[in-house]
Design a protein around this ligand. Structure first.
Ligand code: TXA
Ligand code: MG
Length: 339
């Protein structure tokens, strides 16, 4: 099978919808990252998605709808705070985990009795969902363990021959995956994966007492520790290179990298550093989120063996960048500030 690259024309969207209706899966652009989209109500489609990704089947798929009104048959309850989050941040980069109904097969939900619901802002994604007429299950369209894809080219690099088609919608605006939250019946919101919708924005909206960060977001979970989100326990985003995050200011980062230079050693910095072998990932948190996965993929292409990453800001979308980089670096953080 050769993977076809489709455009965003009406005709190509119809072609993609037809593939999905027949049980196939298609690479779909969203504002966060590209997804591998299949019929969320079909156990066979879910099985195909897991097979194409090489993903463990206990890691649940996010279900995408085009409008909030389509949520009713999928979930048993939408607690008040969940509704407030949808009203404020959807369509957009937010996924809310809610108790599922039987219409969602256990294959889609990784055996859990909950389901993550997301209403993407990306127009192409919404047109595709509407053309199908049913919700789409879509994990990020990378091979399991690799950085998420933010261009159609990244999708074909990982999936060529494994899926029939990808829609090329250009480069994803946000660049990191959606903010995943769970919502208890008591209204407590737990952030399982930070994204562009930030902790601060959620706390401003519903009150800091009603929101918390799950432990795995910034700390390594102990072996066998109970995880709230199956995705937290898997190695992720990791380049082949041995990467480490370096904390401290710009001068401390430059000094540390110069003292540890060598062949196939690279610095992944903001771009304002005076360093050789520098691969910049952006000056602002938004730029960094946008470039992050492309840069991690590029490090593999150039054969980097050791990478020192200048630590991003850890608030706003910066927390999402930090969370992904921690996983890419296997939680290795070097403090260069007091050297
Ligand atoms: O931005 C995104 O969310 C992208 C685009 C394509 O929408 N999708 C995405 O899906 O990142 P995926 O499968 O790569 O990541 C979903 C994460 C996983 O870590 C998974 O474990 C968690 O969300 N998740 C999904 N459903 C869950 C549930 N019912 N309970 C707990 N965690 C869940
Ligand atoms: Mg993923």
């Amino acid at each position: 099978m050769i993977t076809r690259v489709l455009s965003t024309s009406d005709e190509d969207i119809r072609t993609a919808a037809q593939i999905i209706r027949e049980g196939g899966i298609v690479g779909m652009p969203t504002e966060t990252v590209y997804g591998l989209a299949g019929n969320a109500l079909s156990a066979e489609s879910a099985a195909r998605i897991y097979a194409a990704k090489g993903r463990p089947s206990d890691n649940p798929l996010i279900v995408h709808i085009a409008e909030f009104s389509q949520i009713a048959p999928l979930v048993r309850d939408v607690p008040h705070n969940a509704k407030v989050l949808f009203d404020t941040f959807s369509p957009g980069p937010l996924t809310v985990i809610l108790p599922k109904t039987d219409i969602i097969p256990k294959e889609t939900s990784g055996g859990l009795d909950t389901v993550g619901i997301r209403i993407p802002a990306d127009k192409t994604a919404r047109r595709l969902i509407s053309a199908c007429g049913f919700p789409l299950a879509a994990p990020s369209a990378n091979r399991s363990g690799s950085p998420s894809p933010t261009t159609a080219r990244h999708v074909t690099d990982d999936m060529d021959g494994r899926i029939p088609a990808v829609i090329d919608g250009g480069s994803c605006a946000v660049g990191v995956e959606s903010t995943v939250v769970s919502c208890g019946a008591d209204g407590l919101i737990t952030i399982l994966r930070p994204g562009h919708v930030s902790y601060e924005e959620i706390a401003d909206l519903i009150g800091a007492d009603s929101v918390r960060l799950a432990k795995g977001v910034t700390e390594r979970l102990d072996d066998g520790e109970r995880v709230l989100s199956p995705g937290m326990k898997y190695r992720h985003y990791a380049p082949s290179a041995d990467a480490a995050i370096v904390t401290g200011d710009k001068a401390a980062f430059e000094k540390y990298v110069r003292e540890h230079s060598g062949s196939n050693v690279y610095a992944m910095g903001y771009g304002d550093e005076e360093l050789d072998d520098l691969i910049p990932y952006g000056l602002t948190p938004d730029e960094q989120a946008h470039a992050l996965f492309d840069v991690l993929r590029r490090l593999d292409e150039i054969g980097a063996e050791r990478v020192y990453i200048r630590c991003p800001e850890r608030d706003g979308v910066g927390l999402a960048v930090y969370n992904r980089l921690l996983r890419a670096a296997g939680f290795e953080v070097i403090d260069a500030s007091d050297r």
